[in-house]
Design a protein around this ligand. Structure first.
Ligand SMILES: [Zn+2]
Length: 309
């Protein structure tokens, strides 16, 4: 079976990083949309990648962002739903609040992008059966929020605990450890237990190969050679690889003159050129001998069969 690779970018505006790190929200800039998106589309153009950009609908209130979304569509990219307000506590909301976050997010993004939106990615990778029922009921055809990676789970729990101890409670929440036992390959979810196989909505987990997640900031941390080795390993172990970037992966604290306190986000301190080179090399390794396919174009066969383009 031919290998497939899907590449996604979560357009998390810097205000969300301010929230995670307990910084004032008023000083956050629109650099994720204004500066990072053109860099991603240029890199994808050079690699022949058609990607999926998961957007937060509330960010459309900033002038120019709807045009930026349409520009991505015109280049052949898919737009996915990253909710209305990027609330990390979706799984703890009331049913009414939750369906607004999911349904209004999709509706507003479709309206602004003038394109169909069928994919969903939850903020902070937190999903449960109630949330995914809403995702399916509001017209999405797939979810890509499951991230079965123990190191990430441990780090996130640690950061949140530390901030709480420092009196700067983070708005991110840890979620269920059951995610660690979720299937590694694309699968249909059990509607009552989304981290196990069933006959429900297709799930495309972010690929983790031998503990190494196919994530932009993991590539940055590994450096060029390490990222290429991780990508080659993922390509060998997985028929389908889902890669996830965040807009901030192509931002730089110094070069983009971002809020200095964001230095807590260590990958923002790495020079842009080095990150771009690392990402390109990793993506080339993944794409070697594989077909690049947007998740909206990927179909899942019956349970226990792989994905196909
Ligand atoms: Zn996000």
């Amino acid at each position: 079976m031919a290998r497939t690779v899907s590449v996604g970018v979560d357009i998390d505006a810097l205000v969300h990083y301010h929230r995670i790190h307990g910084l004032p929200e008023g000083r956050a800039s629109n650099a994720a949309w204004r500066d990072a998106l053109p860099r991603f589309s240029e890199m994808f153009e050079a690699l022949g990648v058609k990607a999926t950009f998961y957007a937060v609908a509330a960010d459309l209130a900033i002038p120019g962002n709807a045009d930026r979304l349409r520009a991505l569509v015109a280049q052949g990219h898919e737009i996915g739903n990253h909710t209305l307000n990027h609330r990390y506590d979706l799984t703890r909301m009331t049913a009414d609040e939750r369906v607004v976050e999911v349904g209004q997010g999709r509706y507003r993004l479709e309206h602004a992008a003038e394109a169909e939106v069928v994919g969903f990615r939850a903020p902070g990778y937190n999903v449960n059966a109630d949330l995914l029922r809403d995702v399916a009921a509001t017209g999405h055809t797939y979810d890509t929020s499951v991230f079965p990676c123990a190191p990430y789970y441990g780090v996130k729990a640690g950061v949140i605990g530390l901030l709480g101890a420092l009196g700067r409670p983070s708005q991110s929440i840890v979620g269920t450890p059951r995610v660690l036992f979720a299937p590694r390959a694309p699968y249909r979810m059990d509607p009552n237990e989304p981290h196990t196989r069933g006959d429900g909505l297709p799930e495309f987990p972010v690929t983790v190969a031998a503990g190494l997640p196919m994530l932009g900031h993991a590539f940055t941390a590994l450096g060029r050679r390490g990222a290429v080795a991780a990508a080659q390993l993922a390509a060998r172990l997985h028929d389908h690889v889902t890669v996830e970037f965040h807009a901030a992966d192509l931002l730089s604290l110094d070069e983009d003159r971002l809020e200095p306190a964001l230095a807590a986000q260590r990958d923002l301190r790495v020079p842009l050129a080095r990150k771009r080179e690392t990402f390109e090399a990793a993506l080339r390794a993944l794409l070697d001998g594989a077909t690049c396919v947007r998740l909206c174009d990927l179909r899942l066969g019956p349970p226990n069969e792989g994905a196909r383009a």
